[in-house]
Design a protein around this ligand. Structure first.
Ligand code: KG4
Ligand code: ZN
Length: 337
């Protein structure tokens, strides 16, 4: 079985082809960063229009890369939510139309299920059950995963997602959009001993997170020191340390509470080097193993959607011709395929 995956939930257009026997055959990604940069953030209408322009050229590109034609495709998977409604509808409309034209089934994929299953594309994939730490721009969740579609949310952010906190803090420190990776780079040059920010919600039981207070700590410290360049790296470092520490403490707690010894970390923030180092130390200490997608599949991509779609299509799931998109879509409402 060969499945096309289409991702258009936010500011990246991703298309990929997954083959049940041979694995990932091809993938292509177009980032809209340059399009939104002058506005300092994602403009939803511009995002939708750009997805319209890019999906089919990227599809032609991956089919050429994989040297396959339409007759070699057995299903189409597209991200149906959560995300920007207009952007999602582009992928949904094109995905359903292709499936209809080619006479193959289409399947709607949950974006966070895509992230969660992304490490399955790697050579040494985790067995079920595992604990997943999903850290993206829109979500921070700890999930117990017992199989495809068998998800139990253990904890989540009560306010900003980890990636959102990175982006907002970066903006407040004048680092522009997209701020997360820029803030992480700057943090690498900072002195971790100079400032100490709180570790939100780590002193009480439970597995929820809260990150919105950290941007206030960062901006207050920045103002108190005259907003000079000289302190910016140290503030970035203190912020990153606090996020990484809070995530690591909750991951350890989730592993201990469940007795599960496999931790999957996925979503844009899983590309963060400091987080990987800290989780590596924590896992060694806790006797657990950590699994990541390769770096380019930590952030949004079509490959994870093709794979998640393949798992559902293979189990017999397919959608009727009518389609919808969900700007909000709780993952614990999913059922096994
Ligand atoms: O998964 P993703 O591509 O999109 C969503 O589903 O939201 O995640 C994007 C998020 C952004 O907030 C971005 O700032 C953050 O991931 N991010 C990072 C890093 N790379 C991306 N945050 C911290 N350190 C990084 N290296
Ligand atoms: Zn994502």
């Amino acid at each position: 079985m060969r499945v096309i995956g289409i991702e258009t939930s936010c500011d990246e257009t991703g298309v990929a082809i997954y083959d049940a026997q041979r694995g990932l055959l091809a993938h292509a990604l177009h980032s809209q960063v340059a399009l939104h940069a002058e506005y300092g953030g994602v403009v939803p209408e511009l995002a939708s229009r750009d997805h319209v322009r890019k999906v089919l050229p990227l599809l032609r590109e991956v089919m050429a890369q994989a040297r396959i034609g339409a007759a070699d495709i057995h299903g189409v998977a597209y991200t149906a939510g959560p995300g920007l409604a207009g952007a999602l509808l582009v992928g949904a409309a094109i995905g359903r139309s292709l499936a209809w034209a080619w006479g193959v089934p289409a399947v709607a994929v949950h974006h966070m299920e895509g992230h969660l299953l992304a490490p399955m594309l790697e050579p040494d994939p985790p067995d079920f059950p595992f604990i997943a730490l999903l850290v993206s721009g829109g979500h921070t969740q700890l999930v117990r995963v017992d199989g495809v579609g068998r998800y139990h949310i253990l904890g989540e952010s009560l306010d900003d997602a980890a990636g959102e906190a990175f982006d907002k803090t970066a903006k407040l420190l004048g680092l522009g959009y997209p701020g997360g990776p820029a803030l992480a780079r700057l943090a690498g040059q900072g002195d971790p001993r100079r400032f100490q920010f709180p570790r939100p919600m780590t002193d009480r039981p439970g597995l929820d997170f809260s990150f919105s207070g950290l941007k206030t700590s960062a901006v207050n410290t920045w103002r108190a020191h005259g907003m000079v360049d000289e302190v910016r790296a140290d503030i970035a470092c203190a912020f990153q340390e606090a996020v990484v520490d809070a995530l690591s403490i909750k991951c350890r707690r989730a592993l201990e509470q469940t007795g599960v010894r496999r931790l999957v970390v996925s979503g844009g923030v899983s590309a963060n080097t400091a987080l990987r180092v800290r989780l590596g130390e924590m896992a060694r200490d806790a006797g657990a193993q950590v699994y990541y997608p390769r770096l380019e599949f930590c952030t949004d991509n079509g490959a994870m959607i093709a794979y998640a779609g393949y798992r559902r299509l293979q189990a017999g799931q397919a959608e009727p011709l009518a389609f919808s998109a969900m700007a909000r879509w709780p993952m614990d409402g999913l059922s096994p395929p």
